[in-house]
Design a protein around this ligand. Structure first.
Ligand SMILES: [Zn+2]
Length: 280
């Protein structure tokens, strides 16, 4: 995969489950020397490690606590634990979760009995010692390799000099769209949401607008997601330069999805598929 210095890589964009073998939601933004992972659905840990041979991103931001956006935090944590044990890594990866996320992650980890693990004393490198000490204190190794924090949709998240603005969208549970701006690079990720004109205002003037276009057809049922036409409409409200349709429920229809979006948006339109990369 060609890697540019400022880019967004689609690690996975499947809606709900791994449609046609593609991974679920996960996008890797490379900006200002940082690697930020936006969402971590099933298949993303493998795609991330495959892209850069390390799980050690500089931060993870989870848009909402649905399985197709969060479940691969478990294998990502195992990959990080291995880097602690074999490479002496001792820096946790910041993981930002929406409200309820800390309890969610702890419950998920407890299902696997992670707090019952113990390491042999006096062995290994600095990472081994740090993890062993955490376990001896009755702590959870998953919540040691992750520095898990909650944010409120609408908060700014600051990651080592890069600010990620968030915006509350409407997906029936707390869910946030995200905007990253740094020295001319600018991208907005809608996360999962029904059509919200105010999201177009949040994304005003963005260079790259990654938008949920789940439902094919003229109307989105159920109010949980958008159609490609909604995504085009939203990109026009935002006056975005490029629209990337993602979370397609029927990716085999991407040509008709692009056509439907183009009826409402005159800028460049792309479709997110695994490994596609966009320069910023
Ligand atoms: Zn989803």
């Amino acid at each position: 995969m060609a890697v540019t210095s400022r880019s967004l890589t689609v690690l996975g964009s499947s809606a709900g489950f791994p449609i046609s073998g593609f991974a679920c939601s996960g996008y890797l933004a490379r900006i200002a020397g940082q690697r930020l992972l936006l969402d971590c659905g099933p298949g993303i840990a493998g795609a991330l490690i495959g892209a850069d041979a390390t799980a050690g991103v500089d931060g993870v931001i989870i848009s909402h606590l649905h399985p197709d956006h969060v479940l691969d935090l478990i294998p990502l944590g195992y990959a990080l634990m291995t880097e602690w044990l074999t490479e002496g890594r001792t820096q946790p990866v910041p993981v930002y979760l929406p409200p309820g996320g800390l309890e969610f992650l702890q419950k998920l980890s407890d299902l696997f009995g992670h707090r019952n693990w113990r390491f042999e004393e006096n062995g290994g490198n600095a990472g081994y010692k740090a993890l062993g000490a955490a376990l001896a204190r009755g702590e959870d190794w998953l919540l040691t390799v992750f520095d898990a924090r909650e944010y409120e949709p609408g908060d700014d998240i600051v990651l080592d000099g890069t600010t990620v603005a968030t915006f509350p969208v409407d997906h029936r549970i707390p869910t946030a769209a995200m905007r990253i701006r740094f020295e001319g690079a600018d991208l907005v990720y809608s996360a999962d949401t029904r059509f919200l004109p105010a999201l177009g205002d949040f994304a005003a003037g963005t260079d790259l607008f990654l938008v949920d276009a789940h439902f094919s057809g003229p109307k989105a049922p159920g109010g949980l997601h958008m159609t490609p036409a909604d995504a085009g409409h939203l990109a026009t409200i935002a006056n975005a330069k490029r629209l990337v349709l993602c979370h397609l429920g029927a990716p085999e229809d991407c040509a008709s999805a692009q056509q439907a979006a183009a009826a409402h948006f005159s800028g460049a339109i792309h479709t997110a598929f695994d490994t596609r990369e966009y320069s910023l």
